[in-house]
Design a binder for this molecule. Structure first.
Ligand code: HEC
Ligand code: HEC
Ligand code: HEC
Ligand code: HEC
Ligand code: HEC
Length: 288
């Protein structure tokens, strides 16, 4: 049988197969990149807000706590955006004529809320809950970045499924004492900056995360115990003032020293009663 195609066309066919393959791969990679690109996820973008509200000024400059404005973050699934009344607590007296604040005054006068543009917005088929994360030792900064250094709000992370799963797979690397949730500058323990924690036993009616007391002052040094007690006298997240005062701390607390995130994380996983990663990765957790 005579050859219809000569040798060179054989090579050509192989070549075009390889080329097609390369194009398909390139297209796939491009689409994948696009899907993850900040253009789609809006990661890092400053939204065009009706008022250029600065977290840097209000948090770092004025020392306001997150809960002053995001009042429901410890108790509900939503952190909440503050009503105009919260702004007027101060701006009825301060900067009363500033042009920048005209939309605040207008909102106050008309009773129409300020049309803030949402920066973080998960699709409706995803269930998310602030209270559980905050009460189980995940800091605002872990998910939202250094908000205290943001003149304008932007999303530090993609909020894509793979980002959620990366932590659910191994929460150990991100857990911190519940008392440090609002600390924007929290650093994982190290040899230079150890953390001491004591499990205070089962305090009935108090969520598990609150029954662990941690301090960055050595409780064994003279004065250290009092410093630790003072640290604890500040009620941790979610606990009413007076509910957990220094007087309520048992004298026999046994403090353990932690010099790495891994050690601390493992301790907290046990005492915060965090489920194993297989349970936390199951689809029903976030898609109900
Ligand atoms: C004085 C009030 C105030 C304080 C204090 C405050 N915030 Fe906000 N926050 C706002 C307002 C108003 C918005 C909506 C406008 C914007 O996105 O900038 C907002 C938006 C946000 C958003 C984005 C919401 C969205 O649309 O997705 C996050 C995240 C956030 N704040 C986190 C924090 C954290 C963390 C702290 C503490 C370190 C904090 N805020 C302290 C008033 C405040
Ligand atoms: C605890 C008091 C307080 C509250 C509450 C407060 N502000 Fe302010 N705000 C200030 C002060 C003080 C300044 C001046 C800051 C400066 O220039 O250092 C300011 C400045 C501003 C400015 C001018 C730009 C800037 O950041 O310097 C805007 C805009 C503003 N605030 C918006 C708001 C909005 C919107 C809210 C409500 C979500 C709010 N503020 C709540 C005290 C407050
Ligand atoms: C585990 C990650 C995580 C932690 C920890 C976290 N957030 Fe969020 N936050 C999110 C996600 C995800 C959204 C978007 C929720 C949505 O679209 O339904 C969000 C949305 C918000 C919003 C917009 C309003 C709302 O309720 O949806 C504010 C304000 C906010 N977070 C503040 C905070 C503050 C303050 C803290 C710390 C006390 C905090 N967040 C801790 C992930 C987190
Ligand atoms: C930095 C770590 C971290 C990130 C990021 C994170 N989570 Fe979580 N999540 C946790 C921890 C820790 C728990 C508590 C687990 C427990 O108590 O067993 C939790 C619990 C939950 C729960 C509660 C499950 C239940 O049955 O009560 C939901 C829902 C959830 N996460 C959804 C999400 C979603 C959606 C995202 C991404 C938008 C996300 N999480 C990102 C650490 C994280
Ligand atoms: C920790 C929370 C979490 C868990 C567990 C989880 N998802 Fe998701 N999933 C998300 C989030 C958040 C999104 C939205 C992503 C976005 O907006 O880009 C999402 C999106 C999706 C989508 C839409 C397509 C996409 O990729 O955006 C599908 C399909 C999906 N998830 C399937 C699953 C399946 C199947 C499982 C179980 C194997 C699962 N998810 C487990 C958080 C979770």
């Amino acid at each position: 049988m005579p050859q219809i195609f000569d040798r060179s066309s054989n090579a050509l066919a192989r070549m075009s197969l390889v080329l097609t393959g390369l194009i398909v791969i390139a297209l796939g990679v491009t689409l994948d990149q696009l899907q993850r690109s900040p253009w789609v996820t809006r990661q890092g973008q400053r939204a065009d807000q009706p008022i250029p509200f600065s977290h840097e000024h209000h948090v770092q400059g004025l020392g306001l706590q997150c809960q002053y404005c995001h009042t429901t973050v410890e108790k509900s699934s939503y952190a909440g955006i503050p009503p105009t009344r919260t702004c007027m607590n101060c701006h009825a007296q301060i900067w009363t004529n500033a042009q920048l604040l005209q939309p605040v005054r207008q909102s106050w006068a008309t009773g129409q809320s300020i049309p803030w543009v949402r920066v973080h917005d998960l699709p409706d088929f995803v269930y998310f809950n602030h209270a559980i994360h905050v009460n189980k030792g995940i800091g605002c900064e872990t998910c939202h970045g250094r908000v205290d250094q943001m003149p304008l709000m932007y999303a530090q992370n993609t909020l894509q499924m793979e980002w959620c799963l990366d932590c659910h797979r191994n929460p150990v690397k991100n857990l911190r004492p519940a008392s440090e949730i609002y600390n924007m500058a929290w650093k994982s323990p190290s040899d230079d900056h150890p953390v001491w924690c004591a499990a205070a036993g089962n305090k009935s009616g108090v969520p598990t995360a609150q029954s662990v007391d941690c301090t960055t002052k050595n409780p064994a040094t003279p004065g250290g115990a009092e410093m630790a007690a003072m640290d604890m006298a500040t009620p941790p997240v979610g606990v009413q003032a007076g509910g957990l005062g220094a007087a309520a701390i048992p004298a026999t607390l046994h403090f353990e020293k932690f010099t790495s995130q891994k050690q601390l994380g493992r301790f907290l996983v046990v005492h915060y009663k965090i489920r194993n990663s297989r349970d936390l990765m199951s689809c029903e957790v976030c898609h109900r």
